[in-house]
Write a protein that binds this ligand. Structure first.
Ligand code: PLP
Length: 363
């Protein structure tokens, strides 16, 4: 069957590609990053002997104000390991209904951890403390034991929504004071740091880190790295995570060539995310002028979601594709565009002009 009314069906880019806005995972390593990778000292990381992996782990831990970190092949793996370490089979995890850990990790919470999920109905992925508290089960044998609260910052399905520091801190205190673990899916935490002006203020980042028991940070989104995510937490947490990673088959040998890309990205590719955010605002403005667009969700970082007048996402994606603009159906009546390292200002300006020529059903 064709992808009609599909959620998350990625189409290949068109032959006349102008700009690939399907995802911030489509970036390629820059030449400089390739050089850094090729020059990286390496060793067997399963033996704990890869200096580049160790450097990336210790830099991430220090930056976040935590004791330890673990380099893994993907953000799905860092999230799933964290969930496995924080829960026992039969426990319950609280998260927003838009969260990646629930929607896009292959049912991993049930599959890997045997845990159930309590979904909250927040504002674009951000929920308030009262809703969180009222969904913690009483400690009574009739109920699943609530053991973990997870948040996503920025929230992908929330259109790149950024958590407010005070709200996050309130939820963190409430959850942790009740003995629950608090996990961050920070696949795009770098974007959130830049939006909140924290990247230039390392103290602010470690204060943010203090809100969490564990943090998953991706390098393969928007930063140009080919592969890799880092899980951050206490010594004890990371020791358990290590066992979990092994059991999931995520131990890698000379992974230093990948870690070197992450180190390069930390130094060169985080501050520039501000450019991606600016590009996203330009797209928002252009889309707001389009007659067949019903509305554009407020842009907060590098993700733009626009809504259609009917279930025409596939037609809209096809029409934009004809103009050389590759994007992504994000539901029957929603389209997502994501800006990233490989989108240049000239391409973006041209895309904003060509957008106006794309047509799809107006109602
Ligand atoms: C991409 C993403 C992940 C992890 O994805 P991988 O492809 O497994 O690295 C996790 N959370 C969010 C919010 C994401 O967007």
């Amino acid at each position: 069957m064709a992808n009609s009314n599909s959620d998350n069906q990625l189409q290949p880019p068109p032959d006349n590609l102008l700009v690939d806005l399907r995802s911030d995972t489509v970036t390629s390593p820059t030449k400089e990053m390739m050089v850094a990778m090729s020059e990286a000292p390496v060793g067997d990381d399963v033996f704990g002997e890869d200096p580049s992996v160790q450097e990336l782990q210790s830099r991430c831990a220090a930056l976040m104000g935590h004791e330890a970190a673990l380099f893994c092949p993907s953000g799905t793996m860092t999230n799933q390991i964290a969930i496995q370490v924080h829960t026992q089979p039969g426990d319950e995890v609280i998260c927003d209904r838009l969260s990646h850990i629930y929607n896009y990790e292959g049912g991993g919470i049930a599959r890997n951890s045997g845990a159930s999920v309590r979904l909250l109905h927040g504002d674009r992925g951000r929920f308030d403390v009262d809703e969180c508290l009222s969904n913690i089960n009483p400690s009574d044998s009739h109920y699943a034991r609530t053991s973990l609260v997870a948040v996503e910052d920025t929230c992908n399905k929330g259109g790149g929504s950024v958590w407010d520091m005070d709200d996050l801190s309130t939820v963190s205190q409430a959850a942790r004071s009740r003995g629950l673990a608090f996990h961050l899916d920070g696949a795009r935490a770098w974007n959130a740091f830049v939006v909140r002006g924290q990247w230039e203020d390392r103290k602010a980042i470690s204060s943010y880190g203090q809100l969490f028991d564990s943090m998953s940070l991706c390098f393969s989104k928007g930063l140009g790295c080919p592969v890799g995510s880092v899980l951050v937490g206490s010594h004890d947490f990371i020791a358990e995570a290590h066992r979990s990673r092994k059991a999931m088959g995520g131990g890698m040998r000379q992974a230093g060539i990948l870690a070197a890309a992450g180190l390069h990205a930390l130094d060169r590719h985080v501050s520039r995310l501000a450019i991606d955010h600016h590009h996203a605002i330009m797209l928002e403005k252009a889309l707001n002028l389009h007659p067949d667009v019903q509305s554009v969700d407020p842009v907060e970082s590098n993700i733009v979601i626009f809504n259609l007048h009917g279930p025409h996402a596939d037609q809209a994606v096809a029409a934009l594709s004809q103009q050389g603009i590759a994007c992504f159906a994000f539901g029957p009546d929603k389209v997502r565009l994501v800006t990233h390292l490989d989108v240049h200002a000239a391409q973006l300006e041209e895309a904003c002009e060509r957008l106006g020529d794309a047509r799809w059903p107006a109602s």
